[in-house]
Design a protein around this ligand. Structure first.
Ligand SMILES: Cc1cc2nc3c(=O)[nH]c(=O)nc-3n(C[C@H](O)[C@H](O)[C@H](O)COP(=O)(O)O)c2cc1C
Length: 402
């Protein structure tokens, strides 16, 4: 039995996001058949299916060069904007690298995207691991923890320019003087500004996210692994005075998981086995070499991919570790076990995105909601379903079959 952590938010329904496949090759480095496209038309249809299946968010990936066979990549901010324009309710989180962008330029870009989408733009600030992307562009490659120093300043500039007039900030990396961005972001009830997600696993990443991010995103983890990450983020957030009394609310938690839902557990496990058996070995090994620039390069050697096996790396964000693999009931139970330890959002990936995202909404989500309602009731509260996006199953099946 998983114990309920004091950061779990039992009355708030879990939120669901999916990885936008805006790079080629799907989400697993394997020659197994994947009916997942990376082009815009495929993604436009996927986004519409997702928003009609109960997904609240989509997350794009930022990648400028191939590294593990993902040899074609669409740029994340423009792709996100196009998906926002093609949907009605989906929030699209665009991944961005400090070091590639000036935060003032990004702040302005996202305000425009926010107005075009009526308040649905968000960002995922990623500090980078693929050294060649920076050095081959002639950009400086900062040492690991220093990347997070820059990221923290970057996020402060974003938030400052989104919420204040005549904003000034001076620091090691950015100097902003008396700047007012007009228009401001859209005024959305319950949202101070476009949401700031943050991806990273190392000790420095947890500390930075705890101080300044709205959302902490982690690679796939088992329950104990994620508990450890949450503790690191919570400690930093507490030390920074965040919470009900503080200037910033406490951060929320998102976790990556690769979903393999099949009629029987055996079928799901067989699919996982086939993905791994058909792994593209040189690409996975090449990836392993490149990610040594991430958590493994730090003093404590902790962080993303630092303890990943060959099998883990076949899903390059460690999505198998979360173990969302089995029947819809088993997956729903596992999801709610993570809610108990404090997960607020699941970031999901699939072999065949359009069909499996629709199936997730149809077969898994209703069970999750039932389990969440039970859990809330047993703990003396109610699940507030008015906070979930409306799914429209009828429309979804028409979209998938179109
Ligand atoms: C959910 C999530 C999404 C990410 N997306 C990207 C991305 O699109 N592009 C990128 O270069 N890195 C991405 N990253 C990687 C982070 O930028 C960072 O380099 C990585 O987490 C290693 O961090 P660590 O060294 O602090 O453990 C992502 C990380 C997470 C957890």
């Amino acid at each position: 039995m998983t114990e309920i952590s004091n950061v779990a938010r039992l009355s708030e329904p879990l939120k669901f996001a999916y990885w936008v496949p805006n790079v080629s090759g799907g989400l697993v480095v394997s020659t197994i058949e994947q009916r997942t496209g990376w082009d815009f038309e495929y993604n436009k249809k996927l986004a519409r299916i997702a928003e009609n299946s109960g997904f609240e968010y989509a997350l794009t990936q930022t990648r400028y060069a191939a590294s593990y066979g993902a040899d074609k990549q669409h740029e994340a901010t423009s792709f996100s904007l196009a998906l926002l324009a093609a949907t009605e309710r989906l929030k699209v989180i665009s991944a961005v690298h400090p070091g590639m962008w000036h935060p003032g330029v990004l702040a302005k870009y996202i305000i425009t995207a926010d107005h075009i989408s009526n308040g649905r733009a968000a960002v995922n600030i990623v500090s980078g691991w693929l050294k060649d992307e920076f050095t081959n562009f002639g950009l400086e490659w900062l040492e690991h923890d220093e990347r997070y120093v820059r990221t923290e300043e970057f996020i402060k500039v974003l938030r400052g320019l989104w919420t204040e007039q005549d904003y000034s900030q001076s620091g090691k990396y950015y100097n902003i003087t008396d700047f007012t961005l007009n228009p401001a972001p859209v005024d959305v009830p319950g949202r101070a500004h476009p949401e700031i997600f943050f991806g990273g696993n190392s000790t420095a990443a947890q500390a930075t996210a705890g101080r300044v991010a709205d959302w902490y995103f982690s690679n796939g983890k088992d329950l104990d692994g994620f508990k450890e990450n949450i503790a690191g983020v919570v400690a930093a957030s507490g030390a920074a005075g965040r919470g009900p009394e503080g200037a910033l609310p406490s951060p929320k938690f998102g976790l990556n998981g690769f979903v393999i839902a099949r009629d029987s557990e055996k079928e799901a496990r067989d699919t996982l086995r086939e993905i791994v058996e058909k792994a593209h070995k040189p690409a996975v090994e090449g990836f392993r070499a490149a990610v040594q620039e991430a958590g493994a390069s730090t003093k404590d050697g902790k962080g993303m991919w630092a303890d990943s096996s060959f099998e883990d790396l076949v899903q390059y964000n460690d999505g198998f570790k979360t173990q969302l693999i089995g029947t819809p009931e088993q997956i729903a139970e596992r999801i709610v076990a993570y809610k108990k330890i404090g997960v607020n959002l699941f970031l999901t990936g699939y072999l065949h995105f359009q069909e499996e995202a629709a199936a997730f909404g149809q077969d898994i989500l209703p069970i999750v909601r039932e389990l969440e309602a039970d859990l809330a009731r047993k703990n003396g509260t109610e699940l507030d379903l008015s906070r979930t996006p409306a799914a429209n199953a009828g429309t979804t099946s028409k979209l998938v079959n179109a």
